[in-house]
Ligand binder design. Structure first.
Ligand code: AMP
Ligand code: MG
Length: 325
């Protein structure tokens, strides 16, 4: 038996016993519990400090299992599941009886996805049931993209951390409301709007930035300790230097086109030119600047196309007002 399989067996045992397992996915690390165990699901909310009205995502082992968890699968949802699973797409559908209300924040809908990570899929297959998992961080903070991030942030509050290496995508899944005739995007993420539209053959509305659509969509989320300020790319250096002059410990997200420019700042990270690389590094950058003691982070949002839409969404929410939660 490989070390990985031994770890997966241990994780499945913890889930069966009602415990919490941090599991790797291609998006971010999740804090998982047996989806059908209300007490274990409730513990996720306590560990995260997440209000119980904020619904979680149920992770399942394959698209063919979807009907076990939801009441009805509309034709468009079936098309999306078959095309994008396993992958970073979450479908919101009507809740089936196996899903306790604790997992949905009391809603009659449930969010479901099949993660595209070999360790997560091995766990789901061995465990046999669904695993409810939000990101494995304290509520409102930066999502973990390595097992070490989880250990540092949650420590003994989680019964077992299943290490599957750094997350490939690095931002959360795209959440699509697929309950109605016309699907809409509730949260941009790892599957791009363009890819969804190409499959569906029609434009998709994106609700996440325009209004509070569902629980769990407060303005401040994905936030580091340092305050995040977003400016136009050409103003990043000047704003950073002005704030540094004022005595701030400034962390800078240097846009790729300015990579060579010297900056007077406490710490600088250079944004990769490819959005895939940027998404993969985004949360690590925020953690790194926190760790270096920055109290202010100056960044700009990328062009909101492809993965740039999800990155811009996370940066805006990291920069959002903090008191609303
Ligand atoms: P997290 O796992 O921390 O990324 O959070 C889960 C996300 O899924 C939150 O943004 C929730 O608002 C969203 N979500 C989960 N269930 C539902 C649902 N039934 N309807 C709408 N959004 C949902
Ligand atoms: Mg989260």
């Amino acid at each position: 038996m490989t070390a990985r399989t031994r770890d997966v067996e241990k994780a499945a045992g913890v889930l069966r016993a009602g415990g919490l397992v941090a599991l790797p996915t291609e998006t971010v690390y999740g804090l998982g519990a047996n989806a059908e165990d209300s007490a274990a699901v409730s513990r996720i909310f306590r560990v995260k400090g997440r209000p119980p009205s904020h619904p979680l995502i149920v992770h399942i082992g394959g698209a063919e299992l979807l009907d076990d968890w939801v009441e009805h699968v509309p034709a468009t949802a079936r098309v999306l599941a078959e095309r994008f699973w396993p992958g970073p797409l979450t479908l919101v559908l009507r809740r089936g009886p196996r899903v306790p209300l604790e997992a949905t924040g009391g809603l009659e809908t449930v969010a479901v996805r099949v993660p595209d990570h070999p360790v997560a899929l091995e766990l789901l297959s061995l465990f046999g049931g669904g695993v409810t998992a939000p990101s494995a961080n304290r509520f409102g903070q930066v999502s973990p993209t390595t097992a070490q991030h989880v250990r540092t942030e949650l420590g003994d509050a989680v019964d077992f951390v299943l290490d599957g290496g750094p997350c490939e995508i690095g931002v959360e899944s795209t959440i699509v409301d697929a309950t109605g005739e016309l699907p809409s995007i509730l949260r941009p993420g790892g599957v791009t709007r363009e890819d969804l539209e190409a499959v569906l053959g029609c434009p998709l509305a994106v609700h996440s930035t325009s209004r509070v659509r569902v629980p769990g969509q407060h303005p401040s989320h994905y936030a580091p300790r340092a305050r995040v300020v977003l400016v136009e790319p050409e103003k990043v250096i000047a704003e950073a230097e002005a704030a540094q002059e004022l005595g701030h410990k400034v962390g800078v997200f240097l846009p790729p086109s300015f990579a060579e420019a010297p900056v007077e700042a406490h710490a600088v990270v250079t944004v990769p030119a490819s959005t895939a690389a940027y998404a993969r590094e985004l949360y690590g950058f925020l953690r790194e600047l926190d760790q270096q003691g920055c109290d202010l982070i100056i960044a700009s949002v990328p062009v909101e196309e492809g993965l740039g839409l999800a990155i811009a969404n996370r940066l805006r929410r990291a920069a959002g007002p903090r008191s609303a939660v």
